[in-house]
Write a protein that binds this ligand. Structure first.
Ligand code: COA
Length: 194
């Protein structure tokens, strides 16, 4: 069964029962995501597998004080606030973890951040990892710690762009398929095997 590309959350998506192993992230999706989406405080995108939510991520926009940003992000920004897109939440259901959906959604969040940056200034993608395991996930993809705030990680947009570039496969397609992994990613979105 192939996972479709992330879709904007709508009234028909079956949110009940989503379990990523982190109650706060489950509860936010089930109880608050639709309201946040409707009010415009956060846009949520879901990956659906056979009528179940395999994963979701949410985006907002904001700004941070330049002192909160790593040197490379502050560079050439003076003391002005730094505009960011906030990856407010990202979670994959326990049943779907380890199949490339998390990194696929991160790539999709970056694509959407780049699209926003075509219309308005955006310097970086920012996130607040829920725990140390989540932090390791993001650091692995180049996010840097804020020098001033705990649990705040920042990825410069030009570094984020590199995560979308084709890279030599670490796994063969056959190996990926045998793991039930994502088989390909494209500008059209996530194409995974759920
Ligand atoms: C963290 C999370 C999103 C990862 O999603 P996933 O779909 O299981 O991850 P993927 O299969 O896309 O993994 C991509 C790569 O990252 C690695 N990875 C996954 N979780 C990792 C972690 N916590 N730390 C370091 N690396 C990690 C995988 O091993 C994989 O590497 P590989 O390609 O060399 O095998 C998922 O485990 C999750 O939802 N956890 C609970 C909620 C959470 O922590 N959300 C994070 C934001 S607060």
């Amino acid at each position: 069964m192939a996972c479709g590309a992330p879709q904007a959350l709508d009234a028909g998506h079956p949110l009940d029962g989503f379990d990523c192993g982190r109650p706060a992230l489950n509860e936010w999706l089930v109880r608050h995501a639709r309201q946040a989406h409707a009010s415009g405080s956060a846009r949520t995108y879901v990956v659906v597998d056979d009528q179940r939510i395999a994963g979701y991520f949410s985006l907002s926009v904001g700004q941070i004080d330049s002192l909160e940003a790593p040197d490379r992000v502050r560079k050439e920004m003076g003391n002005y606030p730094i505009p960011v897109v906030i990856l407010a939440r990202l979670a994959v259901s326990l049943a779907h973890q380890g199949r490339g959906i998390g990194v696929g959604m991160l790539q999709e969040a970056i694509r959407r951040t780049l699209a926003i940056s075509d219309l308005a200034g955006v310097r970086a993608l920012l996130t607040h990892p829920i725990d140390e395991a989540a932090e390791r996930f993001y650091v692995r993809f180049g996010f840097e710690a804020s020098p001033a705030r705990e649990q705040q990680l920042i990825l410069l947009l030009k570094d984020a762009r590199r995560l979308l570039a084709p890279v030599p496969a670490r796994r063969s397609p056959a190996e990926a398929a045998s793991r039930g992994g994502v088989s390909s990613w494209g500008s059209e979105g996530v194409k995974g095997s759920c």
